[in-house]
Write a protein that binds this ligand. Structure first.
Ligand SMILES: [Fe+2]
Length: 213
């Protein structure tokens, strides 16, 4: 499996091309501001784009979808969309074949109710649910509660060595691993929901105190 990362602009948005080298089939995540770059990346790699996904329905992740579809004939799928090729409905637990790989959809509500992460091979594409050193923005009530459950009950259940590819490049490195985030991400180090929400409430002060950009 090969992962190619594309900084697409916006708020340091990241798009991804995930290639199964055996079949030369690829999936795209969040083409966002620069679908043409991702499509030409696929052409350069000599691979065929079989699927595209958006991790959630926020404009900075979906604004390139019409152009992406015009360029490839592949419509980016969001939570609860039906993939026209396989008739699979994009939902928690859905799996889609990508050559020798499979794409497993994880429903991870919190940042938005429709947030999904994609587990592919040894990697997970986390959209705005989990960033390097941070987590997705939510309110301080239901959104935060739901996100806490998605992080602990879904994402952190993945093996520690799982590579993490987030929707924005807002950390000290563009990518990470589940194990590294468990060990260092201040939101994941919080022992319970209450203190997780407390960190969200006081994030501006925490960042200042710890010199976090
Ligand atoms: Fe978002």
């Amino acid at each position: 499996m090969l992962v190619k990362t594309f900084p697409t602009g916006g708020d340091r948005n990241l798009a991804y091309l995930i290639v199964d080298e055996a079949s030369k089939l690829a999936a795209v995540v969040d083409p966002s501001y620069d679908p043409a770059a991702v499509v030409s990346g696929a052409k350069d790699a000599g691979v065929q784009i079989a699927y595209a996904f958006c991790t959630h329905d926020h404009h900075d992740h979906t604004n390139g979808n019409a152009e992406f579809e015009a360029l490839t004939g592949v419509k980016p799928l969001l939570f609860r969309d039906v993939d026209p090729k396989t008739d699979a409905r994009i939902d928690g637990g859905t799996t889609l074949p990508l050559g020798d790989l499979s794409i497993r959809i994880l429903h991870t509500p919190g940042h938005t109710p429709d947030s999904i992460c994609l587990s592919i091979g040894d990697a997970v594409f986390t959209g705005d649910t989990l960033f390097v050193g941070k987590v997705g923005g939510t309110d301080l009530e239901d959104g935060a509660r739901t996100e806490y459950a998605s992080l602990h009950d879904v994402l952190l259940k993945l093996p520690d060595e799982t590579r993490v590819f987030p929707g924005h490049d807002v950390g000290v490195t563009p990518e990470s691993t589940i194990g590294a985030e468990k060990a260092t991400n201040p939101f994941l180090l919080r022992p319970d929901l209450e203190s997780f929400i407390d960190l969200k409430r006081n994030w501006a002060a925490y960042k200042k105190e710890h010199g976090i950009a």
